[in-house]
Design a protein. Structure first.
Length: 285
């Protein structure tokens, strides 16, 4: 085999056929709601190469044959979805949301006589969002009014949920966390050479993690939520899916409760039982 032929063979191993990209795209979209247009083929191929190493298949097309023709999709679906989902996250991401939570939402709830709150981080990734929420709640409860709370944190990816439960991060990831919060809510390693830190046990105890798929017909979150964060997720869905997800989120929201979405997202054009109270912050009516 010539070097040109060898290079072509290597590329075919690393690339999806048009048929298999269509099959994968359709499955990912139907299962998770995530749009997978043709422009994401290279990204999808890169994400799935780790599954080749884990499963032992010698090409992406062979992997797809296993998924769609040999019944492998049933056992592989969680790992497949873990591989293709995007999990961008930061502590205090879009900080104006947390400022509004502290200055408006929580004082309003306390004035109404509430002493216990339920919150939901509905796409928690590795935990930065729910732990940020917990820091703000804990600080408010300490300095303003005693307040009990619990945060449900969900995601589709089992990989990120495993990381989130541990609450261990590289210190530079917590750079946006205020210094006094770092002192109170974050534990440094006893090893001075380590750059790892861990969320304090007291704060971790306020957050419970679970796997949830936005494509499910109902969201089993228990009693209605007072506050729901669902940020920077809707952008991956088409309009019809956005409408279904937003409607179900509102169904889970208590009357007067607040829904927060990402700054790049919008609910314009959707018939939802909410009113706008601030940029990308809505209250159920």
């Amino acid at each position: 085999m010539s070097s040109v032929q060898a290079n072509q063979a290597d590329r075919s191993v690393d690339q999806l056929s048009a048929k298999n990209f269509r099959r994968l795209s359709a499955f990912v979209s139907s299962y998770s709601g995530i749009k997978m247009p043709a422009g994401k083929q290279t990204m999808l191929e890169g994400r799935l190469r780790r599954r080749l190493r884990a499963t032992g298949f010698d090409s992406l097309d062979a992997y797809c044959t296993y998924l769609f023709e040999s019944g492998g999709i049933e056992t592989e679906v969680v790992a497949l979805i873990d591989a293709v989902t995007t999990n961008k996250t930061d502590f205090f991401r879009e900080p104006k949301h947390f400022e509004y939570l502290r200055s408006h939402v929580l004082p309003g709830l306390v004035r109404s006589g509430r002493t216990s709150l339920r919150l939901w981080s509905a796409a928690c990734s590795v935990g930065a969002e729910p732990y940020t929420m917990a820091m703000v709640l804990a600080d408010f409860a300490e300095h303003s009014r005693p307040l009990d709370y619990f945060i449900l944190a969900t995601d589709l990816s089992t990989d990120v949920l495993t990381a989130a439960r541990k609450g261990v991060y590289h210190a530079n990831m917590l750079a946006p966390v205020p210094a006094d919060y770092m002192q109170r809510f974050v534990k440094r390693s006893n090893d001075p050479r380590s750059d790892l830190v861990r969320i304090s046990p007291a704060l971790r105890s306020k957050v419970g993690f679970a796997r949830m798929n936005f494509m499910d017909d109902t969201y089993p979150v228990g009693e209605p939520m007072d506050i729901i964060f669902c940020r920077n997720v809707l952008i991956y869905f088409d309009k019809a899916t956005q409408a279904k997800v937003l409607t179900r989120l509102c169904d889970c929201l208590a009357p007067g409760g607040h829904l927060l979405i990402g700054h790049s997202e919008s609910i314009t054009g959707f018939n939802l039982p909410v009113r706008t109270v601030a940029n990308t912050i809505f209250q159920k009516v």
